[in-house]
Design a protein around this ligand. Structure first.
Ligand SMILES: *Cc1c(COP(=O)(O)O)cnc(C)c1O
Length: 378
Protein backbone atom coordinates (compact mmCIF):
# COMPACT_ATOMS: atom_id res chain seq x y z
CA UNK A 1 0.00 0.00 0.00
CA UNK A 2 1.30 3.43 -0.97
CA UNK A 3 0.79 5.39 2.25
CA UNK A 4 2.06 8.66 0.77
CA UNK A 5 -0.44 8.37 -2.08
CA UNK A 6 -3.20 7.72 0.45
CA UNK A 7 -2.22 10.78 2.47
CA UNK A 8 -2.03 12.94 -0.64
CA UNK A 9 -5.37 11.82 -2.04
CA UNK A 10 -7.66 11.75 0.97
CA UNK A 11 -9.48 15.09 1.03
CA UNK A 12 -10.86 14.95 4.57
CA UNK A 13 -10.06 12.93 7.65
CA UNK A 14 -10.52 10.98 9.81
CA UNK A 15 -10.67 8.20 7.26
CA UNK A 16 -10.54 4.45 7.49
CA UNK A 17 -8.86 2.88 4.45
CA UNK A 18 -9.34 -0.75 3.52
CA UNK A 19 -6.46 -2.08 1.40
CA UNK A 20 -8.06 -4.64 -0.89
CA UNK A 21 -4.72 -6.01 -2.13
CA UNK A 22 -3.52 -6.72 1.40
CA UNK A 23 -6.80 -8.36 2.31
CA UNK A 24 -6.58 -10.61 -0.75
CA UNK A 25 -3.00 -11.55 0.18
CA UNK A 26 -4.30 -12.62 3.61
CA UNK A 27 -7.18 -14.56 2.07
CA UNK A 28 -4.79 -16.35 -0.28
CA UNK A 29 -2.93 -17.73 2.74
CA UNK A 30 -6.19 -19.27 3.92
CA UNK A 31 -6.82 -20.58 0.43
CA UNK A 32 -3.39 -22.20 0.39
CA UNK A 33 -4.20 -23.93 3.70
CA UNK A 34 -7.55 -25.09 2.36
CA UNK A 35 -5.80 -26.68 -0.59
CA UNK A 36 -2.91 -28.18 1.33
CA UNK A 37 -4.83 -29.84 4.15
CA UNK A 38 -8.47 -29.70 3.17
CA UNK A 39 -9.49 -27.54 6.11
CA UNK A 40 -12.41 -25.19 5.64
CA UNK A 41 -12.00 -21.49 6.34
CA UNK A 42 -14.64 -19.05 7.56
CA UNK A 43 -14.22 -15.33 8.04
CA UNK A 44 -15.22 -14.25 11.54
CA UNK A 45 -17.22 -11.19 10.60
CA UNK A 46 -17.17 -9.57 14.04
CA UNK A 47 -13.65 -8.25 13.32
CA UNK A 48 -14.98 -5.95 10.58
CA UNK A 49 -18.42 -6.58 9.09
CA UNK A 50 -18.12 -4.05 6.23
CA UNK A 51 -20.13 -5.31 3.30
CA UNK A 52 -17.20 -4.75 0.94
CA UNK A 53 -14.98 -6.89 3.19
CA UNK A 54 -17.56 -9.67 3.16
CA UNK A 55 -18.02 -9.40 -0.60
CA UNK A 56 -14.27 -9.72 -1.20
CA UNK A 57 -13.83 -12.52 1.35
CA UNK A 58 -16.79 -14.52 0.05
CA UNK A 59 -14.98 -16.04 -2.93
CA UNK A 60 -11.97 -17.16 -0.83
CA UNK A 61 -13.72 -18.79 2.11
CA UNK A 62 -16.28 -21.52 2.83
CA UNK A 63 -18.55 -19.16 4.73
CA UNK A 64 -18.68 -16.79 7.66
CA UNK A 65 -18.81 -17.18 11.40
CA UNK A 66 -21.20 -15.06 13.41
CA UNK A 67 -21.78 -14.20 17.06
CA UNK A 68 -25.30 -12.80 16.95
CA UNK A 69 -28.56 -12.56 15.02
CA UNK A 70 -27.47 -9.37 13.25
CA UNK A 71 -24.18 -10.89 12.15
CA UNK A 72 -26.02 -14.00 10.97
CA UNK A 73 -28.43 -11.84 8.96
CA UNK A 74 -25.58 -9.92 7.37
CA UNK A 75 -23.70 -13.15 6.62
CA UNK A 76 -26.81 -14.56 4.99
CA UNK A 77 -27.44 -11.42 2.97
CA UNK A 78 -23.95 -11.55 1.46
CA UNK A 79 -23.59 -15.33 1.09
CA UNK A 80 -27.07 -15.84 -0.41
CA UNK A 81 -26.88 -19.53 0.41
CA UNK A 82 -23.39 -20.01 -1.06
CA UNK A 83 -21.48 -20.95 2.08
CA UNK A 84 -21.94 -21.99 5.68
CA UNK A 85 -22.76 -19.77 8.61
CA UNK A 86 -21.34 -20.94 11.94
CA UNK A 87 -22.66 -19.33 15.09
CA UNK A 88 -21.53 -19.52 18.67
CA UNK A 89 -22.36 -17.10 21.48
CA UNK A 90 -23.13 -17.06 25.20
CA UNK A 91 -25.93 -14.63 24.25
CA UNK A 92 -28.57 -16.80 22.56
CA UNK A 93 -32.06 -15.57 23.42
CA UNK A 94 -35.33 -17.43 22.98
CA UNK A 95 -37.06 -14.78 20.87
CA UNK A 96 -34.25 -14.84 18.30
CA UNK A 97 -33.71 -18.55 18.12
CA UNK A 98 -36.11 -19.41 15.28
CA UNK A 99 -34.49 -16.94 12.94
CA UNK A 100 -30.97 -17.91 14.00
CA UNK A 101 -31.80 -21.57 13.44
CA UNK A 102 -33.03 -20.68 9.95
CA UNK A 103 -29.93 -18.66 9.06
CA UNK A 104 -27.09 -20.64 10.65
CA UNK A 105 -25.95 -23.92 9.12
CA UNK A 106 -23.86 -24.76 12.21
CA UNK A 107 -24.56 -23.75 15.80
CA UNK A 108 -22.13 -24.44 18.63
CA UNK A 109 -23.93 -24.11 21.95
CA UNK A 110 -21.90 -22.39 24.63
CA UNK A 111 -23.16 -24.44 27.57
CA UNK A 112 -25.03 -27.66 28.28
CA UNK A 113 -28.02 -25.69 29.56
CA UNK A 114 -28.14 -23.70 26.33
CA UNK A 115 -27.94 -26.98 24.41
CA UNK A 116 -30.89 -28.41 26.35
CA UNK A 117 -33.00 -25.26 26.00
CA UNK A 118 -32.84 -24.72 22.24
CA UNK A 119 -34.13 -27.24 19.76
CA UNK A 120 -32.39 -27.38 16.42
CA UNK A 121 -34.16 -27.68 13.10
CA UNK A 122 -33.32 -30.34 10.53
CA UNK A 123 -31.20 -27.76 8.73
CA UNK A 124 -28.76 -27.19 11.58
CA UNK A 125 -25.65 -29.11 12.40
CA UNK A 126 -25.29 -28.84 16.15
CA UNK A 127 -22.08 -28.64 18.13
CA UNK A 128 -20.82 -27.67 21.55
CA UNK A 129 -18.18 -25.13 22.39
CA UNK A 130 -15.71 -26.83 24.68
CA UNK A 131 -13.49 -25.05 27.17
CA UNK A 132 -10.28 -27.12 27.01
CA UNK A 133 -8.97 -25.54 30.24
CA UNK A 134 -5.67 -24.60 28.67
CA UNK A 135 -4.62 -20.99 29.19
CA UNK A 136 -2.06 -19.49 26.85
CA UNK A 137 -2.68 -15.84 27.59
CA UNK A 138 -1.25 -13.79 30.43
CA UNK A 139 -3.99 -11.18 30.37
CA UNK A 140 -7.10 -12.93 31.62
CA UNK A 141 -9.36 -10.40 29.93
CA UNK A 142 -8.69 -12.25 26.65
CA UNK A 143 -8.43 -15.73 28.07
CA UNK A 144 -11.46 -17.92 27.33
CA UNK A 145 -10.00 -20.51 29.73
CA UNK A 146 -9.64 -18.15 32.69
CA UNK A 147 -11.07 -19.19 36.03
CA UNK A 148 -14.88 -19.06 36.22
CA UNK A 149 -14.94 -18.86 32.43
CA UNK A 150 -18.25 -18.13 30.71
CA UNK A 151 -17.03 -19.54 27.41
CA UNK A 152 -17.72 -23.14 26.54
CA UNK A 153 -18.49 -26.38 28.34
CA UNK A 154 -15.78 -27.38 30.79
CA UNK A 155 -13.89 -30.27 29.18
CA UNK A 156 -14.17 -32.39 32.34
CA UNK A 157 -17.90 -31.85 32.50
CA UNK A 158 -18.24 -32.67 28.82
CA UNK A 159 -16.25 -35.84 29.31
CA UNK A 160 -18.55 -36.94 32.15
CA UNK A 161 -21.75 -36.16 30.27
CA UNK A 162 -22.98 -38.17 27.32
CA UNK A 163 -23.45 -35.03 25.24
CA UNK A 164 -20.58 -35.65 22.88
CA UNK A 165 -22.44 -38.69 21.55
CA UNK A 166 -25.41 -36.55 20.64
CA UNK A 167 -23.83 -33.66 18.75
CA UNK A 168 -22.31 -33.36 15.30
CA UNK A 169 -19.47 -31.03 16.13
CA UNK A 170 -17.13 -29.48 18.66
CA UNK A 171 -15.94 -25.90 18.74
CA UNK A 172 -12.83 -24.65 20.50
CA UNK A 173 -11.39 -21.12 20.63
CA UNK A 174 -8.81 -20.31 23.28
CA UNK A 175 -6.21 -17.95 21.86
CA UNK A 176 -5.76 -14.40 20.62
CA UNK A 177 -3.19 -13.06 18.09
CA UNK A 178 -1.03 -16.20 18.15
CA UNK A 179 1.91 -16.34 15.76
CA UNK A 180 2.78 -19.98 16.23
CA UNK A 181 0.75 -23.18 16.44
CA UNK A 182 1.96 -24.56 19.77
CA UNK A 183 -1.30 -23.68 21.58
CA UNK A 184 -3.32 -25.42 18.85
CA UNK A 185 -1.14 -28.53 18.97
CA UNK A 186 -1.51 -28.71 22.76
CA UNK A 187 -5.27 -28.14 22.56
CA UNK A 188 -5.76 -30.91 20.00
CA UNK A 189 -3.60 -33.23 22.11
CA UNK A 190 -5.86 -32.60 25.08
CA UNK A 191 -9.03 -33.18 23.05
CA UNK A 192 -7.56 -36.43 21.75
CA UNK A 193 -6.55 -37.59 25.20
CA UNK A 194 -10.05 -36.93 26.59
CA UNK A 195 -12.26 -38.07 23.74
CA UNK A 196 -10.05 -40.36 21.66
CA UNK A 197 -12.02 -42.40 19.17
CA UNK A 198 -15.29 -40.65 20.09
CA UNK A 199 -14.08 -37.81 17.89
CA UNK A 200 -14.69 -40.06 14.90
CA UNK A 201 -18.42 -39.85 15.62
CA UNK A 202 -18.36 -36.13 14.91
CA UNK A 203 -18.90 -34.51 11.51
CA UNK A 204 -16.79 -31.48 12.25
CA UNK A 205 -14.37 -29.73 14.53
CA UNK A 206 -14.22 -25.92 14.54
CA UNK A 207 -10.84 -24.69 15.80
CA UNK A 208 -11.94 -21.07 16.19
CA UNK A 209 -9.89 -17.99 15.39
CA UNK A 210 -7.00 -16.31 17.13
CA UNK A 211 -4.16 -17.44 14.84
CA UNK A 212 -2.52 -14.81 12.64
CA UNK A 213 -2.13 -17.18 9.70
CA UNK A 214 -0.99 -14.26 7.54
CA UNK A 215 1.98 -13.52 9.84
CA UNK A 216 3.12 -17.11 10.31
CA UNK A 217 5.63 -18.24 7.72
CA UNK A 218 5.87 -21.90 8.77
CA UNK A 219 2.51 -23.58 8.17
CA UNK A 220 3.87 -27.14 8.06
CA UNK A 221 2.90 -28.03 11.65
CA UNK A 222 -0.66 -26.78 11.07
CA UNK A 223 -1.00 -28.71 7.83
CA UNK A 224 0.32 -31.92 9.44
CA UNK A 225 -1.99 -31.48 12.41
CA UNK A 226 -5.10 -31.07 10.26
CA UNK A 227 -4.14 -33.90 7.93
CA UNK A 228 -3.77 -36.23 10.92
CA UNK A 229 -7.09 -35.13 12.40
CA UNK A 230 -8.89 -35.73 9.13
CA UNK A 231 -7.20 -39.09 8.60
CA UNK A 232 -7.77 -40.38 12.15
CA UNK A 233 -11.34 -39.18 12.64
CA UNK A 234 -12.72 -38.52 9.15
CA UNK A 235 -14.22 -35.14 9.98
CA UNK A 236 -14.29 -31.63 8.54
CA UNK A 237 -11.99 -29.14 10.24
CA UNK A 238 -12.92 -25.46 10.25
CA UNK A 239 -10.90 -22.39 11.15
CA UNK A 240 -12.54 -19.01 11.60
CA UNK A 241 -10.01 -16.19 11.70
CA UNK A 242 -10.96 -12.52 11.89
CA UNK A 243 -7.77 -10.53 12.56
CA UNK A 244 -5.75 -12.67 10.15
CA UNK A 245 -8.03 -11.49 7.34
CA UNK A 246 -8.53 -7.79 8.02
CA UNK A 247 -6.06 -6.71 10.73
CA UNK A 248 -3.23 -5.72 8.40
CA UNK A 249 -5.62 -4.47 5.70
CA UNK A 250 -7.07 -1.46 7.52
CA UNK A 251 -5.50 1.92 8.28
CA UNK A 252 -6.73 5.04 10.00
CA UNK A 253 -5.76 8.42 8.51
CA UNK A 254 -5.92 11.51 10.72
CA UNK A 255 -4.89 15.17 10.52
CA UNK A 256 -3.09 17.25 13.13
CA UNK A 257 -5.47 20.02 14.18
CA UNK A 258 -3.43 21.59 16.98
CA UNK A 259 0.03 21.35 18.47
CA UNK A 260 1.54 22.77 21.66
CA UNK A 261 4.05 22.06 24.41
CA UNK A 262 2.85 20.58 27.70
CA UNK A 263 5.31 20.01 30.57
CA UNK A 264 8.12 20.17 28.04
CA UNK A 265 6.74 17.68 25.54
CA UNK A 266 5.09 18.40 22.21
CA UNK A 267 1.48 17.29 22.05
CA UNK A 268 -0.35 17.06 18.72
CA UNK A 269 -4.14 16.88 18.75
CA UNK A 270 -5.61 14.77 15.96
CA UNK A 271 -9.04 14.91 14.35
CA UNK A 272 -9.55 11.31 15.46
CA UNK A 273 -9.58 9.79 18.95
CA UNK A 274 -9.20 6.49 20.74
CA UNK A 275 -12.95 6.20 20.21
CA UNK A 276 -12.19 5.26 16.60
CA UNK A 277 -9.91 2.47 17.83
CA UNK A 278 -11.07 1.78 21.38
CA UNK A 279 -8.66 -1.10 22.03
CA UNK A 280 -5.87 1.49 22.19
CA UNK A 281 -7.42 2.71 25.41
CA UNK A 282 -9.00 -0.54 26.65
CA UNK A 283 -5.76 -2.47 26.45
CA UNK A 284 -3.34 0.50 26.61
CA UNK A 285 -1.79 -0.69 23.36
CA UNK A 286 0.07 1.82 21.17
CA UNK A 287 -0.90 1.46 17.50
CA UNK A 288 1.76 1.41 14.79
CA UNK A 289 2.26 4.69 12.95
CA UNK A 290 3.45 4.90 9.35
CA UNK A 291 5.48 8.09 10.01
CA UNK A 292 7.21 6.79 13.14
CA UNK A 293 10.98 6.56 12.84
CA UNK A 294 12.73 5.26 15.99
CA UNK A 295 15.78 7.38 15.09
CA UNK A 296 13.74 10.52 14.35
CA UNK A 297 14.84 13.61 16.24
CA UNK A 298 11.36 14.97 16.97
CA UNK A 299 9.22 13.36 19.60
CA UNK A 300 5.50 14.04 19.64
CA UNK A 301 2.63 12.75 21.79
CA UNK A 302 -0.29 12.03 19.49
CA UNK A 303 -3.56 12.66 21.29
CA UNK A 304 -7.21 12.35 20.38
CA UNK A 305 -9.65 15.25 20.27
CA UNK A 306 -12.11 14.26 23.00
CA UNK A 307 -12.49 15.42 26.60
CA UNK A 308 -10.88 12.31 28.11
CA UNK A 309 -7.38 13.00 29.50
CA UNK A 310 -6.29 9.49 28.59
CA UNK A 311 -7.46 9.82 24.98
CA UNK A 312 -3.85 9.48 23.82
CA UNK A 313 -2.33 7.20 21.17
CA UNK A 314 1.21 7.42 22.48
CA UNK A 315 4.55 9.09 21.90
CA UNK A 316 6.10 8.74 18.44
CA UNK A 317 9.30 9.95 16.77
CA UNK A 318 9.43 11.90 13.53
CA UNK A 319 12.28 12.91 11.25
CA UNK A 320 10.92 16.47 11.02
CA UNK A 321 8.59 18.57 13.14
CA UNK A 322 4.96 17.57 12.80
CA UNK A 323 2.99 20.60 11.61
CA UNK A 324 -0.66 21.44 12.03
CA UNK A 325 -2.49 20.31 8.89
CA UNK A 326 -0.23 17.30 8.28
CA UNK A 327 -1.68 13.81 8.05
CA UNK A 328 -0.59 10.69 9.91
CA UNK A 329 -1.59 7.06 9.37
CA UNK A 330 -2.16 4.43 12.07
CA UNK A 331 -1.34 1.10 10.44
CA UNK A 332 -2.85 -2.36 10.91
CA UNK A 333 -6.07 -1.16 12.46
CA UNK A 334 -8.42 -3.29 10.38
CA UNK A 335 -9.67 -5.60 13.12
CA UNK A 336 -11.76 -4.63 16.16
CA UNK A 337 -11.30 -0.90 15.51
CA UNK A 338 -14.06 0.46 13.29
CA UNK A 339 -16.56 -2.07 14.63
CA UNK A 340 -16.01 -0.74 18.14
CA UNK A 341 -15.90 2.92 17.08
CA UNK A 342 -18.36 5.38 18.53
CA UNK A 343 -19.30 9.05 18.34
CA UNK A 344 -18.36 10.02 21.90
CA UNK A 345 -18.23 13.81 22.34
CA UNK A 346 -20.26 14.10 19.13
CA UNK A 347 -17.25 13.58 16.87
CA UNK A 348 -18.20 11.88 13.64
CA UNK A 349 -17.11 8.38 12.65
CA UNK A 350 -14.37 8.15 10.01
CA UNK A 351 -15.20 8.12 6.31
CA UNK A 352 -14.56 4.71 4.77
CA UNK A 353 -12.48 4.21 1.63
CA UNK A 354 -11.38 1.17 -0.34
CA UNK A 355 -7.94 1.23 -1.93
CA UNK A 356 -7.93 -0.96 -5.04
CA UNK A 357 -5.71 -0.86 -8.13
CA UNK A 358 -3.93 2.23 -6.79
CA UNK A 359 -7.26 4.05 -6.64
CA UNK A 360 -9.10 5.30 -3.58
CA UNK A 361 -12.86 4.92 -3.59
CA UNK A 362 -15.03 6.46 -0.89
CA UNK A 363 -17.68 3.94 0.17
CA UNK A 364 -19.19 5.54 3.22
CA UNK A 365 -19.67 8.92 4.81
CA UNK A 366 -21.65 9.51 7.98
CA UNK A 367 -23.37 12.80 8.70
CA UNK A 368 -25.21 14.67 11.42
CA UNK A 369 -28.47 12.93 10.48
CA UNK A 370 -27.03 9.56 11.54
CA UNK A 371 -25.87 10.96 14.86
CA UNK A 372 -29.32 12.48 15.27
CA UNK A 373 -31.14 9.25 14.41
CA UNK A 374 -29.14 7.41 17.06
CA UNK A 375 -29.90 9.86 19.84
CA UNK A 376 -33.19 11.59 19.06
CA UNK A 377 -36.38 9.90 20.21
CA UNK A 378 -38.62 11.29 17.45
C1 LIG B 1 -13.28 -13.59 18.11
C2 LIG B 1 -13.48 -14.96 17.68
C3 LIG B 1 -12.93 -15.40 16.46
C4 LIG B 1 -12.00 -14.56 15.63
O1 LIG B 1 -10.85 -14.27 16.35
P1 LIG B 1 -9.58 -13.55 15.70
O2 LIG B 1 -8.68 -13.34 16.86
O3 LIG B 1 -10.04 -12.26 15.11
O4 LIG B 1 -9.03 -14.47 14.67
C5 LIG B 1 -13.26 -16.68 16.04
N1 LIG B 1 -14.06 -17.49 16.79
C6 LIG B 1 -14.56 -17.10 17.97
C7 LIG B 1 -15.44 -18.02 18.74
C8 LIG B 1 -14.30 -15.83 18.46
O5 LIG B 1 -14.79 -15.46 19.65
Amino acid sequence: MDFQLIKDSIPTSPAFVLDEGEMIRNLKVLNMLRHRCGCKALYSIKALPLSSVLAIAKSFVDGFSASSLFEARMADEILTGQGSIHLTTPGLRPEEWDEIARLATHVSFNSLTQYQRFTATAGNSIGLRVNPKLSFLKDERFDPCRQYSKLGVDIDELWQSSSLDQVQGLHVHNIFSATDFTPLIKTIEKLRSYFGKSLARLDWLNLGGGYLFNQISEHRSFIDLINRLKKDFDLEVYIEPGSAVVGSAGHLVATVIDSFVSDGKTVAILDTSVNHNPEVFEYQRQPQLYEHDPKGGYSVILAGCTCLAGDVFGEYRFTKPLAVGEKVVFKNTGAYSLIKANRFNGYNLPDIYIYQDRQLKKTKHYDYQEYRRQWCAD
